[in-house]
Every structure is written in structure tokens, then in C-alpha cells.
Design a protein around this ligand. Sequence first.
Ligand SMILES: *Cc1c(COP(=O)(O)O)cnc(C)c1O
Length: 390
Amino acid sequence: MISQEQIQTLEGQQTPFYFYDLTLLDGTLEALNAALKTHPDFRVHYAMKANVNRPILERIHQAGLGADCVSGGEIARALESGFTPAEVVFAGVGKSDAEITFGLEKGIFCFNVESVQELSVIADLAASHNKTATIALRLNPNLDAGTHHYISTGKVENKFGIPVADLDAALETIKASPSLHLAGLHTHIGSQITDLGVFERLCQKYNGIVSWFEDQGVRLEHLNVGGGLGIDYRDPDSHAICDFQTYFDLFGRYLGRREGQLLHFELGRAIVGQCGNLITQVLYTKHGEQKSFAIVDAGMTELIRPALYQAYHHIENLSATEGLRKYDVVGPVCESSDFFGKDVPLPETNRGDLIAVRSAGAYGEVMTSHYNLRQIRPAMYWDGSGIVEE
Ligand SMILES: *Cc1c(COP(=O)(O)O)cnc(C)c1O
């Protein structure tokens, strides 16, 4: 919830900007750690691509999480933010030679490898640098995550992971490469998964694949089930913090593990999604024959999720309470997909009103662009007593 106290400090600030409630982030991390306490062999790496702002990364690091990176830039940012190389995993379907070398030189914990060809490239680069690369194989389990097709990653038609049919070839390459150490398996089947049954099916697939590896004489030190736990975009105030306990318990129950085998998670959205809001101001209102528009000073350049994934965000008018009308809340960018919501019920809205686009902490600010040569203002952070700039 954006409190009256917070609204007062937001008024008069130049818009648009992201506003992060660090007290909610802290509460989320506390809940996560409380749930982890009941599963001592579970580890969480924060999926950095969801949000890379330093105050957020620092808090996540202080809470004891590792970092899941998908680029050399993210590895560098993780190390700058206090994560040690041993806490960093590196995934991604298109790691460049330079990025792999950077990871090897820094001595990161694990490369999550996405193809047989990539295995050979990492093996060669590691050998030429006299290093051993610790790797996990990212499997494509051919499983429907039941989420928007742009954020599904675990079906055979997706570019991600090694298809089960290639596992023989992968294992042969690993056995022939002394510079590779196979430590684990990895999957990540998609994002914003709200049907927990999907994770149960993932466990079943996983169990079969782990048995296959054991039959080949491979002992796996860790299993990594990725991230994807969804958040409540419709009702962020009732469900500000995810039910991590139920989520972890499900894996504890359905995923078969051997003595000493660690279970890794890579959560992004579930950690940072609800603590961020895009704050924007109404520039104009327009009442057409069929529709009313609230034209705001933020657009798809600040938050692209509605345009990219047809994503829903809860929208609030922080300045008005009287009346009720439906508005299309649209941005200033010259694209028809540049809107935050259609037929959004809002109080009677006027020029100058502050609007909050909620649940924007994940995959929001990281995707801002300069299209139309637009420029976003620095983020603001609520630390419990007042507002701080980065
Ligand atoms: C994006 C991503 C995640 C995090 O996904 P969330 O839905 O934000 O939890 C985890 N692992 C990998 C490999 C990813 O690409």
C-alpha cells in the first residue's frame, strides 16, 4: 500500500520516477528467510535481471541470497554490490566468449549451460585459461508453464535449455572435457507462474531426469529449479508478500533428493515485484465519445510490460478520491501499444494528479529505454522514515 505519509513526500517531486518501498522489500526478504529456515539445504539466488538498482541489490545481498546473472554486465554489477564470486551463477542462452572468460577469471560458482555447443566452448575457454568450469546443465523439460507465451521458457519450441534428446551428447562432451566439472542440473520454465501445480509437474519430470543421470553414474551436488513464482498484480495490497513457505514446501515434498544434495532457486519477481511503483503525473484528460483518457507523463519507455506481455498493472490515483469514471491510462509515446491500462476505474481525474502504477519493481525500471529520446528521473526509495534518492 502507498501510505498517506508516502504520498505526501511524493507530491511535488518531478515525475516520472520509480518509487521503491524498502520496508516492503525487507519484509519480503524476512519472509523468504523464515521459510528457508525450515529447509536448510535450500539456497536462493536472486535473478538480477528483474531489478539491478544498488540499494535493492545491497539489501538482497545482506539478506544472504546469491545472484543469478544472465550477462557479463550483471556479473560485474553483482560483484560491485558485494556478492562474492562463489555466490554467482551465470545463465543465458547466448553467452559470449568474453562473458564466459570474465566468469572464469572471476571464478563464479556455476555456469548454467544451455546447449551442447556451449559446453564445448566453455570447455575450450576454461582449458586455455587453466581453469575448471563448474557447470550445471539447463534442461528443457518440455513443460507448459501456463503463463503468457512471451514469458514461457520450458517448452521444446522455446530457445532455452538442452532438450532431453541431447542429454547423451551433453554427457559425452562433459566426460571428454577435464576442464568441465558437472555439479548440477538446472531448469527455469517461465515467469509469473501462479498455478503451483506447474511446479509439481516440474518435480515429476525432474525426478525422472535425475534418475537417468544416476544410471549413467553421475552424482549431482545440486539441483536448480529456477524461479518463476508469480505475484498478485490484481490485488497487490492483499498479497504484498508471496507465500514462500507453500512454494518451498512443495519442492521439499515432490522433488526427490539424495543425501547432501542442495536445492537451488532463482527468484526475481517474487522478491522485488511488489516493492516498486511507477509514479507518474496526469498531463491531460480527454473525454471522447466512447472513452475517457488520462494521458500521463510516463509511457512504455518507463514500463514496457503492458505493451510487451499484455501485462496487467493495478493503477491508482494518489491525488483524488471523489467520483468514479473509467479511463484508458496512456503514455505520451507515439505508439498505440503505449498504455498502462484500459477502462481503469479511477476517481474523477485531473491534470496534475499523481498516478501510481503498482507492482512495477520487477522487469520495470531495468527495461526503460530512450525511445523518443525520453529520459526517466532517478528512482526514489522509502526507508521507513522518509524518502532517499539513490
Ligand atoms: C528470469 C529468470 C529467472 C527469474 O524469473 P522470475 O520469474 O523473475 O522469478 C530465474 N532464472 C533464470 C534462468 C531466468 O532467466
